[in-house]
Design a protein around this ligand. Structure first.
Ligand code: EPU
Length: 415
C-alpha cells in the first residue's frame, strides 16, 4: 500500500496550478447520459473517482474518449442501466446516474451506497424527488429499482440541503414533461457549474445558485462543450497548508469568488490574502491565530474544509472551536492528530482545538479524503518525519498532490 513520507517544518513558496473540481466533474460526466449527442468536458481532473465514474458510464454503453484533461462522451445507445455495488461502494457519487438514466431510458438499477467513513449519508431525498416526478421506486436486494415511462414536473421541497440530490433532480427535470421547481436546493458552485453546462445542452433552467431552481422540461438535450470549474476545495487545502506551514504562494486557475467563507477565516487566522481574476495569493509570516468555525451549506464554511482547518488550529495560538453540522461522523482525523501531539477534545459535533507550539512527526492513517488532507498539512508543519498511510483516499480527490507540494518546496515523497 502506498504511503506519503513528509519531512516537516519547511515553509511553502511558489505557485500551484489548481485542477478542475472533482465534485463538479462527476455530475458533469453524468450529464452525458441525458443526450444522444457528444458531450465534451474539458479541465477534467485525473483522479481515481473520475476513473471510476468513466468505467461506470462505459459499462452502461457510453463511448468515452479520454485525452486528459479532456473527455468526450457519447451515450447514443444505453445498454446496461445498472450501477453495481462494487462501484457505488467506492464512489458514492455513482448515485448521480440515477436521475439521468431514469429520465432518458425510463429505468435504472443503482446499488444503495450504504454508510461511509463520515456518516450515514442516506439518499432518501433523491428517491423522494424522483417519486414526486412519477417514478416507481422499490428497494430490493440492496438496489434501488426505479422505473418511469416518462417523468413529469413537480414541486419538490428538500427536507435538507443536498448537493448531489439537487444535481440528480435538476438533471432528471431537464427532459421531464412540464415544469419542476426544486425548493431548498443546494447553492454550491458545483450545482451552478452543472446547470450552466445543461443550459448549453439546451436545458431551460433558472434560479441555479439560489435555493429555488426552476426547470422547464424540453423534449431532448443536445451536445455541448464545457470546462469544469476550478476545484475550490483543492484551492482551500493548499491555502490552509500555507497558512499552517508559512510562506508565500500564488494559486492560479483558482476562483476566489467560490471561497469567501474560507478566505475570511484564513484572514482571521493572520494570513494576507490577495485576489485577482483567476489567482489567489497567500502570505503567512507569523504563527496562525486559532479560528472558530461552523460548517454549513454554501455559501457558509464548507464541510470539505473542516479537517484542514483542524490541522491549522492545531498549531495556532489560542483555542479554536470547530462545529460540524453536515456529517455526523466527520472527526475521524482527530484521533490521528492526537498521535502527532495535537490537543483536541471532541464533544458531540464540536471539536475544541487547543493550539500547541509544535506537532511531532509520527505514522498516521488516513480514513477519508479530507481527513487525509488534514494529516498531510499536519505532516508539513510537524517536527521530523510523518508517514501518512492509506493515501488511496487522497488519490480520489487531489490531482498530483505530491508534485504540487514539492513544487512549492515541501519535502514529500510517495513510497
Ligand atoms: N442527506 C440525507 N438524505 C439525502 C441526501 C443527503 O439525509 O437524500 C444528508 C447527508 O447524510 C448529509 C447532508 O444531507 O448529512 C448533506 O449531504 P449531501 O447530499 O449534500 O452530500 P453529497 O451530495 O453526498 C457532496 C459532495 C461531498 C460534500 C457534500 C457536502 C459530491 C460528489 N460530494 O456530497 O464531498 O462533503 O456534498 O458539501 O459532490 C468530498 O469531496 O470529500 C465530499 C465528501
Amino acid at each position: 500500500m502506498q504511503k506519503l513520507i513528509i519531512q516537516g517544518g519547511v515553509p511553502l513558496n511558489g505557485e500551484v496550478v489548481i485542477s478542475g473540481a472533482k465534485n463538479a466533474a462527476l455530475p458533469l460526466l453524468c450529464a452525458a447520459l441525458l443526450t444522444q449527442d457528444t458531450l465534451k468536458i474539458t479541465n477534467v481532473p485525473m483522479l481515481q473517482d473520475i476513473n471510476t465514474m468513466l468505467a461506470l458510464l462505459r459499462q452502461m454503453g457510453t463511448r468515452v474518449d479520454a485525452t486528459p484533461p479532456m473527455v468526450e462522451l457519447c451515450a447514443d445507445s444505453l445498454i446496461h442501466l445498472v450501477a453495481p455495488y462494487e462501484m457505488v461502494k467506492t464512489m458514492r457519487a455513482a448515485i448521480l446516474v440515477l436521475g439521468p438514466l431514469l429520465a432518458r431510458a425510463g429505468e435504472a438499477e443503482i446499488s444503495l451506497p450504504g454508510g461511509c467513513a463520515i456518516g450515514m449519508r442516506p439518499v432518501d431525498q433523491h428517491i423522494k424527488g424522483l417519486q414526486a416526478m412519477g417514478a416507481e421506486i422499490a428497494i430490493r436486494h440492496g438496489y434501488i429499482h426505479a422505473v418511469a415511462k416518462k417523468l413529469h414536473g413537480a414541486r419538490i421541497v428538500f427536507d435538507i440541503v443536498t448537493v448531489t440530490g439537487t444535481e440528480n433532480l435538476m438533471m432528471a427535470a431537464c427532459i421531464a414533461d412540464g415544469v419542476t421547481v426544486l425548493e431548498n436546493s443546494a447553492r454550491e458552485p458545483e450545482v451552478v457549474d452543472l446547470a450552466e453546462c445543461l443550459i448549453k445542452m439546451g436545458a431551460k433552467i433558472r434560479g441555479h445558485g439560489t435555493d429555488v431552481i426552476t426547470v422547464e422540461g424540453v423534449a431532448a438535450l443536445h451536445g455541448a462543450e464545457h470546462a469544469v470549474m476550478p476545484d475550490r476545495i483543492e484551492t482551500g487545502t493548499y491555502l490552509a497548508a500555507v497558512a499552517a506551514a508559512g510562506g508565500n504562494v500564488t494559486l492560479t486557475h483558482a476562483r476566489a469568488d467560490t471561497l469567501d467563507a474560507v478566505l475570511d477565516k484564513l484572514t482571521e487566522a493572520g494570513a494576507a490574502i490577495t485576489r485577482s481574476t483567476g489567482t489567489i495569493g497567500i502570505a503567512m509570516n507569523t504563527r496562525p491565530k486559532a479560528v472558530n468555525l461552523k460548517t454549513a451549506p454554501y455559501p457558509a464554511f464548507p464541510t470539505d474544509m473542516q479537517a484542514q482547518f483542524i490541522a491549522l488550529n492545531a498549531i495556532a495560538s489560542g483555542t479554536g472551536i470547530v462545529t460540524e453540522t453536515i456529517f455526523e461522523n466527520r472527526f475521524m482525523h482527530v484521533q490521528e492528530m492526537l498521535r502527532l501531539g495535537a490537543k483536541i477534545d471532541v464533544e458531540g459535533n464540536t471539536a475544541i482545538v487547543h493550539g500547541v507550539e509544535r506537532l511531532t512527526g509520527a505514522t498516521v492513517m488516513a480514513t477519508d479524503l479530507r481527513a487525509s488532507a488534514c494529516l498531510v498539512i499536519a505532516g508539513l508543519v510537524a517536527e521530523g518525519e510523518t508517514i501518512v498511510d492509506r493515501i488511496y483516499h487522497l488519490d480520489r480527490g487531489y490531482e498530483k498532490i505530491e508534485q504540487k507540494l514539492t513544487g512549492i518546496g515541501a519535502r514529500i515523497e510517495r513510497i
